[in-house]
Design a protein around this ligand. Structure first.
Ligand code: BEZ
Length: 222
């Protein structure tokens, strides 16, 4: 007998982002739940652009509830959230209403419709030959110039961590000027790492054999 459940293990492997860190992310204009949105109009702000496989699905719903609840924390980081899936604008609107009714949260960041998969293809959220809409959970962290600073790619079967999205965003912003490095698990206020010198003289003058490449510094920006 055929199962009526999604067989997530059989999903074709999507091509994860062909975009390279340091490149300007492709611009687009598309309909969204907050009106027509042109990505480049958001220049000057950090942007977290993310895809979800489908409206009205459980993992995606859990992510959107958590993101809607964290909206103020993204705002505090000067960051716009922009969601995207192949579903129609009216599907997005109906899903937002269902989320509001069940969880009491308003999803007030834009959700883009990408019915032709044009944006998903340009970003590598799906393989170039994909005929269906199974965009993976791709996330693109764009700086105020629209340059890709980090991206993640999760399967449909496992949700993202909003806490980790916020942490990574804060780390990217803190190291953006090149004056420091963020160590494993860094959160604002934690010590940072110095950018190592590339000079032999500095290496030999260092206090120890590790100090030249591993030296902490306080996060003075807090
Ligand atoms: C989800 O729960 O988000 C999901 C489930 C099946 C297919 C795609 C997404």
């Amino acid at each position: 007998m055929m199962s009526e459940r999604f067989d997530l293990s059989a999903a074709p492997l999507p091509a994860c982002s062909p975009l390279r860190l340091g490149e300007v992310a492709p611009d687009f204009t598309a309909r969204s739940t907050r009106g027509v949105l042109t990505l480049s109009d958001l220049r000057g702000r950090w942007v977290v652009l993310f895809s979800h496989p489908a409206d009205f699905t459980p993992v995606c719903t859990s992510e959107f509830v958590a993101l809607a609840r964290a909206r103020d924390r993204f705002e505090a980081l000067g960051t716009e959230l922009v969601a995207l899936s192949v579903d129609s604008l009216f599907s997005h609107l109906a899903w937002i209403r269902a989320i509001h009714d069940r969880f009491g949260v308003a999803v007030d960041f834009p959700i883009i419709e990408d019915p032709t998969l044009e944006i998903a293809r340009a970003y590598g959220m799906i393989g170039p030959d994909a005929v269906d809409a199974s965009a993976v959970r791709s996330t693109y962290f764009l700086d105020p110039e629209g340059v890709l600073r980090a991206s993640t790619c999760y399967p449909a079967s496992a949700g993202r961590s909003v806490e980790e999205m916020l942490r990574l965003l804060a780390a990217l912003q803190r190291v953006h000027d090149g004056s420091a490095l963020a160590p494993e698990g860094w959160t604002p206020g934690d010590d940072l790492l110095r950018v190592p010198s590339q000079s032999v003289a500095d290496v030999l003058a260092a206090d120890s054999g590790t100090e030249w490449f591993y030296a902490t510094m306080p996060d003075g920006k807090r």
